[in-house]
Design a protein around this ligand. Structure first.
Ligand code: APR
Length: 239
């Protein structure tokens, strides 16, 4: 394992265009539950009841209870050494881009600048009817949250299952992985699309792929280096 970490460290520090792709696992050590590991959110709740447009149409109060629970939890945690290590790498490497699937805002809190949030951000709300969008840090958001512009129901500004990602955001992410010489993938099970496909796109464009995860993932076979361990312990060793 030591030599793997050393080789990954050399690759990361020698990179001219480094892209990091993160998932829930990078925030696990901050106390934010993941989705599919043991104790994961989708082990306890049915995603179809909580994170789909249909669920919101059927029972907006339940969906807001779920997001208020997540907002309350996330408001009480902070970034961990893994988030911080990516901030340090952004200062060292000539070109760095951070693509995250997480909505917990912990990368921004840690100080990451060139940040692409594929699935939105838990501190933003948007109207389910008009184009109104706003940052809203109230915990909890009182129900029903009404759009000040049109009177429609406000919803979390996050991407739910069955919804498309913002095309500009996705295109930015694709362009970054296509130009990367090294891609560091941390704490994602690599099963949710289109985020997971960014790994294959990077590989096809010739990037060196490094994975950091507690366990093997579906994408592990295509990685040049796959390191088993906690992100909060491994990433600081790259600096
Ligand atoms: N260090 C490194 N990896 C970890 C750690 C840790 N401390 N803890 C957990 N992991 C790994 C798990 O082994 C798993 O592979 O993080 C991964 C978390 O996977 P998921 O829970 O599936 O989270 P993620 O891949 O981000 O899910 C993608 O699914 O539910 C949707 O929109 C949601 O963005 C999310 C998307």
């Amino acid at each position: 394992m030591e030599e793997l970490i050393e080789e990954a460290r050399k690759r990361v520090l020698g990179s001219k265009r480094l892209v990091a792709l993160t998932g829930a696992g990078i925030s696990a050590e901050s106390g934010v539950p993941t989705f599919r590991g043991k104790g994961g959110i989708w082990q306890r709740y049915k995603v179809t009841d909580l994170a789909t447009p249909h669920a919101f149409a059927k029972d907006p109060r339940l969906v807001w209870e779920f997001y208020n629970w997540r907002r309350d939890l996330i408001s009480k945690v902070t970034y961990n050494p893994a988030h911080k290590a990516l901030v340090d790498l952004e200062k060292i490497v000539p070109h760095f881009a951070l693509i995250t699937q997480n909505i917990d805002d912990l990368h921004r809190k840690a100080g990451s600048k060139n940040l692409i949030e594929l699935h939105g951000n838990i501190w933003w709300v948007k109207c389910s009817k008009c184009d109104y969008k706003a940052k809203d840090k109230r915990v909890p958001i009182p129900f029903p949250p009404i759009c000040p512009k049109c009177g429609g129901m406000l919803r979390p500004d996050v991407v739910w299952f069955g919804e498309f990602l913002d095309m500009d955001t996705l295109n930015m992410a694709v362009s970054e992985v296509e130009k990367a010489d090294t891609i560091l993938v941390v704490g994602t099970s690599a099963v949710v699309q289109p985020a997971a496909s960014l790994i294959g796109i990077g590989k096809k464009s010739g990037a060196f792929l490094i994975e950091v995860n507690l366990e093997p993932t579906e994408a592990t076979p295509i990685f040049d280096i796959s390191i088993r361990g906690r992100a909060g312990e491994i990433l600081p060793r790259f600096i």
